[in-house]
Design a protein. Structure first.
Length: 215
């Protein structure tokens, strides 16, 4: 019973460390946001915010004339005043080339929350992401992945929601440093078999347990 709190604490420590590493690449105002919200947001949420902000600022650095040829750490809140709703919409269109609708919406929410924070403190005049063209949820099934083994390959269609959940899991999975079955997707994270491949029967039991909780 003591392993769960310990595992959660380890997870939070990993996200905090990863966030601090990202902040070293970002402008000072990102550190300000992080410091002011340490007791408001969970470490995973803070990590998502800073990772998304790095993606956005890097995109601007590579595509926006005003931000070209400048280090990310030199950007200021005054620079963000040059952004328009059209700039935000172009960023969203760029995200949609590689991400599901739900993933794009998550990124929009992250950036919008940061902009709103500084708008409320009077350091930004407006939040351009409040007025963007938010992507609409498409058909229930529109993401295809391939499951391959030595005998055959099978295409599987997944909904945006499932795709987003798998993306989030794989992100957390990348934080594990287990040597056992290192290439397996689903691993045991606690107990004597920590780091070993999670078997089919174990996954089935987890699914059954979750279903019972939802009934």
């Amino acid at each position: 019973m003591e392993q769960k709190p310990k595992y959660k604490k380890e997870q939070e420590s990993r996200y905090t460390a990863r966030t601090v590493a990202i902040l070293a690449e970002l402008p000072e105002f990102c550190t300000t946001f992080y410091d002011k919200n340490q007791t408001t947001f969970l470490p995973k949420t803070q990590y998502d915010y800073m990772r998304t902000m790095r993606t956005f600022l890097t995109y601007l650095q590579q595509t926006h004339p005003y931000f070209n040829d400048r280090e990310l750490t030199n950007y200021t809140l005054d620079d963000l005043e040059y952004l328009t709703v059209n700039d935000a919409n172009e960023f969203i269109a760029w995200l949609q080339q590689t991400m599901s609708v739900s993933s794009v919406k998550t990124r929009i929410s992250c950036i919008s929350s940061i902009f709103t924070f500084f708008a409320r403190t009077g350091q930004l005049t407006e939040n351009s992401f409040l007025f963007v063209n938010r992507p609409e949820q498409g058909a229930n099934v529109n993401n295809d992945v391939i499951n391959s083994n030595k005998q055959r390959s099978t295409w599987i269609s997944m909904s945006d929601e499932l795709t987003d959940l798998i993306e989030k899991y794989l992100e957390e999975r990348s934080a594990y440093a287990f040597e056992k079955d290192a290439e397996a997707v689903f691993l045991v994270t606690i107990g004597r078999y920590k780091g070993a491949r999670l078997g089919v029967r174990s996954i089935e039991r987890i699914v059954v347990t979750i279903r019972k909780r939802q009934l």
